[in-house]
Design a protein. Structure first.
Length: 353
């Protein structure tokens, strides 16, 4: 199912993950989930959906740990195969990693109107002659002037190269960084964990954490760029070797022969670039735990990055003969996924002779 960008952004804002459902949550005592979850040990009847049943029985999830399931009554059993495939499916998706990156930091350009062109010139003024003292800084100034000339109404395009260059400077004057931060807030609207973490670090005068965050932000831009390249490779492979349409996307099975195709080699190569960046992102996040107020959220987010890394690593190294192994991709979404071949055989006894 395809959702609009606004819907996905709203869902990301209001949704949560189970790891956050702890006593630290403001709604921990009033949320209906926790009393029901604790009562499962004494219950005589437990009603769950197909997905949780398979995750418990096959994947060893802890939700029903210690509860003897002596009898099962399965409603809507005709949907059981689909639920089992969903529970056992391993998938790494463009939209999943993009949502995680946006959860860390999303920068949305402001509507600037007539002030847009002036903001580009303002950036050059606030940087002053500091970049000109460095060879790489002179190259940055030339790039910024070219971008201002080509797109004077889009000062947000100046953000990534400037952030990246400033983050690599060891002698950056505080007044330049402060001026750039104020300029950035005029150009883009920031939301996400890192935006809030930077404010908390400043309030606690944890300036080493502020510096770590500022170095991390350009790395997110690099990862987004690699993710875009991987998406293009997925879509090319799916269109070349699969079936579908531009409206609903394409899906292509990865056979041993297709695994050696130039298109799938491009999928693997661009996926490897993402694979190398994810452990670095996880370590950057863990370094932010130097500020105790960030520790719990850092553990959750870095754990999700680690899980994404393990999933992608397993899928890129998958033998096409072991699973149903495939690529699905459209204009905005794309994924690499697998389902075990033994699933149908394992489910067959449920339907009798």
């Amino acid at each position: 199912m395809r959702f609009s960008a606004d819907y996905r952004r709203l869902r990301q804002t209001v949704a949560t993950v189970r790891a956050r459902c702890s006593e630290a949550c403001d709604f921990h005592r009033t949320c209906a989930y926790h009393p029901l979850f604790q009562a499962r040990q004494d219950a005589q009847v437990i009603v769950i959906n197909h997905a949780l049943l398979f995750q418990t029985l096959i994947q060893g999830k802890e939700e029903l740990e210690g509860i003897p399931l002596s009898r099962l009554v399965i409603d809507e059993a005709h949907d059981l195969s689909e639920a089992a495939q969903s529970a056992l499916r391993r998938e790494f998706s463009v939209q999943g990693l993009r949502a995680l990156l946006n959860e860390l930091l999303e920068q949305r350009p402001r509507r600037l109107g007539a002030d847009a062109a002036k903001l580009g010139r303002d950036l050059l003024v606030l940087l002053g002659d500091y970049p000109a003292r460095h060879n790489s800084g002179r190259a940055l100034l030339a790039e910024l002037r070219s971008l201002i000339s080509d797109a004077p109404q889009a000062p947000d395009k100046l953000l990534d190269p400037t952030q990246d260059w400033l983050a690599r400077q060891s002698d950056l004057p505080d007044e330049v960084m402060r001026a750039f931060t104020l300029w950035k807030r005029r150009v883009v609207n920031e939301q996400g964990f890192l935006s809030g973490a930077e404010r908390q670090a400043i309030e606690h005068k944890a300036y080493e954490v502020v510096e770590l965050i500022r170095r991390l932000v350009p790395r997110l831009a690099d990862l987004r760029e690699d993710l875009g390249g991987w998406h293009r490779a997925l879509r090319t492979f799916a269109m070349q070797h699969g079936q579908g349409s531009s409206s609903f996307g394409y899906t292509a099975a990865i056979t041993p022969a297709q695994a050696d195709s130039p298109e799938f080699r491009a999928v693997r190569e661009s996926g490897q670039r993402i694979l190398k960046r994810l452990p670095l992102l996880s370590q950057y996040l863990r370094d932010l735990a130097r500020l105790p107020a960030l520790k719990e959220e850092v553990e959750i987010l870095s754990g999700r990055v680690d899980a994404a890394h393990e999933t992608l690593k397993g899928l890129l190294g998958r033998d096409p003969g072991q699973d149903v192994y495939a690529v699905s991709a459209g204009d905005e979404e794309g994924s690499l996924w697998s389902v075990p071949l033994w699933l149908h055989e394992r489910l067959a006894p449920l339907w009798g002779p």
